[in-house]
Design a protein. Structure first.
Length: 270
């Protein structure tokens, strides 16, 4: 039995199948962790969503920003972007079942010495605090009030956490940290424009995982979202978005021995 954490798929189904063949995935005993962004921009978002859903309890998924974008578009609170590839899902006969399944996925998964999120954890959050905040937002996403939440979800403000936040502001900060953040100030003010290399980070900001003394140290945080960062391991973190969509590689991390597996994706998601 093995558990493999897999980087951002974004609708790249053929590379996923090749990676599973490479690691000799056995659905009868192995498990897969997906760091989020199952869908969008790649050519086979519908196939990815159906495949992961059909894995049942063999798959653990954390929601990414592209997954949330799909849900908001489906509810009519955002328009498709020119490079979106969501039509297959939105027009599928099993659309409602797939979207309901996706909406009930986690924002954070904690197990043993590992925690998985899509983007990051604010530096002042301990693992138990982050898990409690994730559960708070997950209950809204999966509940009857999700449409009203989607109406208020987008926005860059507030850009930092404090315990006194309430209502949509509180949930927006939580969602932005888990699904959008790459960099922040040492005291946790998030910046959302930067998507590039470490060398190009604006003055005053750090990768969230490099903030000195961050409260989640002691647990290895597995995440994706930052394709320019690539597959990277450091103190208390592993990043797994190695740019499959952009013609680079798709990465899996076997948690039991922390061995990394990769397959090349010269044709992107095709």
């Amino acid at each position: 039995m093995a558990t493999y954490a897999i980087g951002d798929l974004q609708g790249c189904f053929d590379p996923l199948r090749r990676l599973l063949d490479h690691i000799r995935f056995d659905p009868s005993c192995d498990r897969l962790w997906f760091v989020g962004d199952l869908v969008n921009r790649g050519p086979a978002s519908l196939e990815v969503l159906r495949f992961v859903r059909d894995l049942g309890d063999r798959a653990v998924v954390t929601l990414g920003n592209h997954d949330l974008h799909l849900l908001v578009v489906a509810e009519g609170f955002a328009k498709r972007h020119p490079d979106d590839t969501l039509g297959g899902i939105l027009e599928a006969p099993d659309r409602d079942e797939l979207l309901a399944w996706l909406r009930s996925r986690a924002l954070m998964h904690v197990e043993g010495d590992f925690a998985m999120v899509h983007a990051g954890l604010l530096p002042q959050w301990t693992i138990p605090e982050a898990a409690a905040l994730a559960a708070e937002a997950e209950a809204v996403l999966a509940g009857d009030g999700h449409r009203e939440f989607f109406r208020h979800m987008y926005g860059n403000k507030p850009n930092r956490w404090h315990a006194g936040l309430e209502g949509w502001d509180r949930l927006r900060v939580v969602i932005n940290a888990f699904t959008r953040m790459r960099i922040c100030t040492p005291d946790g003010a998030m910046e959302f424009r930067h998507k590039g290399e470490l060398a190009d980070i604006p003055d005053g900001y750090l990768p969230w995982f490099d903030v000195p003394g961050r409260a989640s140290l002691g647990t290895t945080v597995v995440f994706g979202h930052w394709s320019a960062l690539g597959c990277r391991t450091g103190e208390g973190y592993v990043s797994l978005d190695s740019g499959c969509l952009w013609g680079r590689a798709l990465t899996a991390l076997r948690l039991e021995d922390r061995r990394v597996f990769q397959i090349a994706c010269p044709d992107g998601g095709g």
